[in-house]
Design a protein around this ligand. Sequence first.
Ligand SMILES: N[C@@H](CCC(=O)N[C@@H](CS)C(=O)NCC(=O)O)C(=O)O
Length: 264
Amino acid sequence: MLELHHNFASTCSQKVRLVLAEKGLEYESHMVDLISGGQHDPEYVKLNPNHVVPTLVHDGRVMIESTLINEYLDDAFPQKAMRPSDPVRRHAMRMWTKRIDDRVHPMAGVITFGIGTRPLLLQRSAEEIAASIAQMPSAAKRAQRKSVIDHGVKAPEMGPAVRAFVAMLDDMEASLADAPWLAGDALSLADACVFPYVLRLDHLSMAPLFGAEARPRVADWYARIQALPSYEAAVTAFVPDYMVEMFRKNGAEVWGDVKKLATA
Ligand SMILES: N[C@@H](CCC(=O)N[C@@H](CS)C(=O)NCC(=O)O)C(=O)O
């Protein structure tokens, strides 16, 4: 029995849902509302002491950390293996998942909260915003969250965040010259791990960064990801239109600033 505690829009949840769908695994879904603070609920924190989604529970055993959850799923459910058998390709796959964990995911919070959800959050009182941030366990993340909500696209964190995404797209473009998928000839955990971050750029109206003219191989890869039946199950079935519309609108409003940061 598999249970997934996740959020409809969260990048880390999307990458686990894609792997579950690729492997044809059924699971009980527990949606965690990140805007109202469900990740800080004491019952949830017993499962995930980091106050984040996703959390997988398999026959009562609790797994956290989305990259490790995906590795676990590939170990526990070997049907449709999602790690290359060639050790060099497997290393390449893990370089992508490590890069996302170390360098890209931490920046996703900057563009998401500083652009995508900021106008919604600013409808709350300063006290409510402060109380919500105070519940985050990491001091560094608290400071980052406050800064991007206060300053939006003008926050000092925004330039390094946008450029971390641009560097990722550049390296994807180079890697996809060698093989159709990020770690070889077949879809792997690398593609599952990276696609939610390209999707986030798309939702935030930053798609020109990986359009057919700017980065044609990434554009083609993204189209192939979106055509997968598992994409429907992992993303389309969950991400509500109102959220995509809100992100696109908020992203479009600051695209001029983002474009400058991307080339600075
Ligand atoms: N390293 C963790 C990161 C998880 C994470 O940051 N999740 C985000 C959503 S993608 C979250 O729950 N954020 C809630 C918050 O920041 O308050 C993983 O890969 O599982």
